[in-house]
Ligand binder design. Structure first.
Ligand code: GLC
Length: 485
């Protein structure tokens, strides 16, 4: 059945033309450069003080803590070398009250969860030394060292008071100390940095680690010298072999905040509504079009609009559709995976709670259309942002005289994992933006458990640096030759 004409008026905001995509790539490259030059920019480009990626030979047992996705996760990670690891984990729910209450209460809860984990699961780490813990804290943090950094702003529905501006490692360590828990937080790591490290540990050197989950963000390897805002002294110190010696530095882009100024992203009335009703209006503009926390909500706004225009469900809504964040991205994925309009109709009844008597013959197709629009745009934007990073580092071309090893991107998160055809759609867009051959050179692969393994690897790097401040033969190897020209 043909779609109601009102639908087609919204398509340009979702079916992005090649030119528009290219424009988005260029804008992001510009914002990356701005963030590398100065502090306080929308795209924060946070230096992580991680100076390379692992080669898979690393060994040791570490605790890892992961805050910033759906749950709080506490893990014990055993790195065996030879690219192998084992992970024991326990998930703990973070209630809305904790997310929006006092930071001290949130951090006490985190410390209690670590304590409960150590008691319930038992730990293989036996020593009088405090246990080393890597803290995957997946929010924008302005890091000043591998184990220090101030929270810049909350994202993804968190809004705990008295945390912004404070050192997150200190907030956690104080909570451990208050409770006499013998654990030392030796590294703070963003989940994207963790994903980059974990992908490299498991399957060889990667250039980018990206999350397409509740939120979205990416980290990549750059030349320390490119992070101009560090200042010439710090850069020289790093290059000459200071505390964080390294020609290379992993940079956490915080690309979720790309185009907060709305200069190039395709902002529809549905995106505006979502933003206005969010707890962080005018922030995380890119994230709100791409990540799992929001894709369901954008389609809900579209469906509501079509219901109000009386072209869907005969003008009747349901309690679920009327509820803010009434359903999540899993619905979009389920519709995208549905084989027939009959299957979509079943989902509309079971998951959206629409009364079957209000569902007309063409309605399932309209719902399918809305879900497809929103998913297509998310996948294209995901690909565009990766292409911008590849171009920024010069890796869109094969370095002269070198073998072409392509570019590897480790990816994690519920959208990447569960949204049907995510990887295919991203690959198609790579080819649009980089050409057939250029597009094929960029390979993405799921790097599961990035936040656990990555935190352990970062804790290892921090511990080694602590044990022997001047050690030169760190097991961490600098970014693959040719990544940074
Ligand atoms: C949000 C956070 C960022 C994190 C991303 C994915 O964008 O600000 O730090 O990496 O979500 O979890």
């Amino acid at each position: 059945m043909p779609l109601p004409p009102i639908c087609t008026t919204f398509e340009p905001y979702f079916l992005l033309s090649d030119e528009r995509l290219q424009d988005i790539v260029n804008h992001f490259r510009k914002e990356m450069e701005e963030g590398l030059e100065a502090y306080g920019k929308d795209v924060a480009m946070v230096p992580s003080y991680v100076t390379g990626v692992p080669d898979g030979s690393e060994e040791g047992t570490f605790l890892a803590l992961d805050l910033g996705g759906t749950n709080l996760r506490v893990c014990e990670v055993r790195l065996f070398g030879q690219h192998k690891f084992e992970l024991k984990q326990q998930k703990y729910k973070v209630s809305e009250e904790l997310k929006e209450g006092e930071a001290r209460v949130l951090f006490d809860y985190i410390a209690d969860s670590v304590d409960a984990f150590l008691t319930e699961i038992g730990s293989d780490i036996s020593s009088n030394e405090p246990m080393h813990l890597g803290f995957t804290f997946s929010f924008p943090v302005e890091q000043t060292a591998i184990d220090a950094g101030k929270l810049l702003t909350w994202t993804k529905g968190f809004n705990a008071k008295n945390a912004v501006g404070n050192d997150v490692v200190k907030l956690l360590q104080d909570a451990f100390d208050r409770k006499h828990i013998h654990v030392r937080c030796s590294a703070i790591v963003n989940d994207t940095v963790g994903t980059l490290l974990s992908r490299s540990y498991q399957s060889g050197p990667a250039l980018i680690g990206a999350i397409f989950g509740t939120g979205t963000n990416g980290a990549y390897i750059d030349k320390t010298r490119t992070v101009k805002k560090l200042g010439e002294d710090k850069i020289k110190e790093a290059e000459a072999g200071g505390q964080h010696a390294g020609e290379f530095m992993v940079v956490n882009t915080e690309w979720g905040a790309f185009d907060n100024g709305r200069k190039c992203l395709p902002v529809s009335i549905f995106d505006n509504k979502l933003d206005r009703e969010s707890i962080n209006p005018r922030k995380q503009a890119f994230e709100k079009m791409v990540s799992g926390m929001y894709l369901g909500e954008i389609t809900r706004n579209i469906l509501l609009h079509l219901i109000d225009a009386s072209v869907l469900f005969n003008g009747y809504s349901s309690k679920t559709i009327n509820t803010h964040y009434g359903y999540d991205t899993a619905f979009v994925s389920a519709v995208e995976a549905a084989k027939s309009p009959e299957d979509v109709k079943k989902l509309i009844i079971s998951q959206l709670g629409v009364d079957p008597k209000h569902i007309s013959e063409g309605d399932p197709e309209i719902v399918q259309w809305a879900c497809r629009m929103v998913s297509e745009r998310a996948c294209k934007l995901a690909a565009a942002i990766i292409v911008a990073v590849v171009q920024h580092t010069g890796n869109d071309k094969v370095p002269e005289g070198e073998e072409d090893k392509g570019v590897d991107v480790g990816i994690d998160g519920s959208v990447a994992e569960f949204l049907p055809r995510f990887a295919e759609r991203v690959d198609e867009t790579f080819k649009i933006l980089l050409g057939e051959e250029g597009g094929k050179r960029v390979r993405t692969g799921l790097a599961k458990d990035g936040s656990g393994v990555g935190a352990a690897l970062t804790a290892l790097q921090a511990k080694k640096a602590m044990d022997r401040r001047t050690e030169k033969d760190s097991q961490f190897v600098p970014g693959k030759k040719g990544y940074n020209k």
